[in-house]
Design a protein around this ligand. Structure first.
Ligand code: CA
Length: 229
C-alpha cells in the first residue's frame, strides 16, 4: 500500500504523531490536521486515498466532517477513530458515511490491516467521476453533463427539476423537510411556498414514471421527503 495518501484528522498530539510516524514507516504519504474544520478543508483540497477521522474533535466533530464530505460527493474511504466506542456512535458514524471504525485504544497493526482492507475495497476509478454519476433504479444522474439518463437517453427536465433531483439524490436515504428543500433549492429570498416544492416533486415523479407509486421520491408524512436509491 505504499505511496497511498492518508489524511489523519486527530486532535490528540500523541496519537497523531505516533500514527504519522508509523504510517510513514509503512510507506504511506501522510498529512494531518488537529481539528475538524481544518481537517475537512484538507480533505476537500487534497486527493487522499483514505481518511482517518477522530470522532471527538475541536471546532467540528468527526460525525459532522464525515457527513459534510459525503454530502459533497466525496467517496474516499473514511475510517473513524472513536474513543467512546458506544454502539450508538458507531451506528451514527456508519450512517453518516464512514466505512469502518476502530475504538481507541487500538493496536496499530489492527489499524493498518483495516486500512489496507479499505484501500483494496476503494473504487479503482477516479473518485471524482464516480461521484459525478449517481445511479438509482434504471436511471443515471450524470452531474458532469447535468442530465438525467434512462438507458443512455436523456430524460427532459426543467432546470429547477434537475436542481431538485440533484439535491434529493445527494441526500439519498435521509428525510428532508419541505422548508429545507425550499431554502436550498429555491433560495432564502424566494417568494415561493412549500406548496411549490410539492408541485415540483409531483412533476419530477412524473418524469421518473412513478406518479402513482412513488418508488424513489417517497413522501414521509408530516416530515417531508426521502429519496430512496
Ligand atoms: Ca479526539
Amino acid at each position: 500500500m505504499s505511496g497511498k495518501k492518508v489524511l489523519i484528522i486527530e486532535d490528540e498530539a500523541g496519537i497523531r504523531m505516533t500514527l504519522e510516524d508509523r504510517l510513514v514507516a509503512e510507506g504511506y504519504e501522510v498529512e494531518s490536521r488537529a481539528d475538524g474544520v481544518k481537517g475537512e478543508e484538507a480533505a476537500v483540497e487534497g486527493r487522499f486515498d483514505l481518511i482517518l477521522l477522530d470522532l471527538m474533535l475541536p471546532e467540528r466533530d468527526g460525525l459532522a466532517v464525515c457527513k459534510n464530505l459525503r454530502e459533497a460527493g466525496m467517496e474516499t474511504p473514511i475510517l473513524m477513530l472513536t474513543a467512546r466506542g458506544t454502539n450508538l456512535d458507531v451506528v451514527i458514524g456508519l450512517r453518516q458515511g464512514a466505512d469502518d471504525y476502530l475504538a481507541k485504544p487500538f493496536d496499530t497493526s489492527v489499524l493498518l490491516a483495516r486500512m489496507e482492507a479499505l484501500l483494496r475495497r476503494a473504487p479503482k476509478t477516479d473518485a471524482a467521476s464516480e461521484a459525478s454519476a449517481f445511479r438509482f433504479g434504471p436511471f443515471v444522474l450524470d452531474r458532469t453533463k447535468g442530465e438525467l439518463l434512462l438507458k443512455n437517453e436523456t430524460v427532459p427536465l426543467s432546470a429547477q427539476e434537475y436542481r431538485l433531483l440533484d439535491f434529493l439524490c445527494a441526500r439519498a436515504g435521509r428525510v428532508i423537510s419541505r422548508d429545507q428543500i425550499l431554502d436550498e433549492v429555491w433560495g432564502y429570498d424566494s417568494e415561493t411556498t412549500t406548496r411549490t416544492v410539492d408541485v415540483h416533486v409531483a412533476k419530477l415523479r412524473g418524469r421518473l414514471g412513478e406518479s402513482e407509486f412513488p418508488k424513489h421520491i417517497r413522501t414521509i408524512r408530516g416530515r417531508g421527503y426521502k429519496f430512496v436509491q
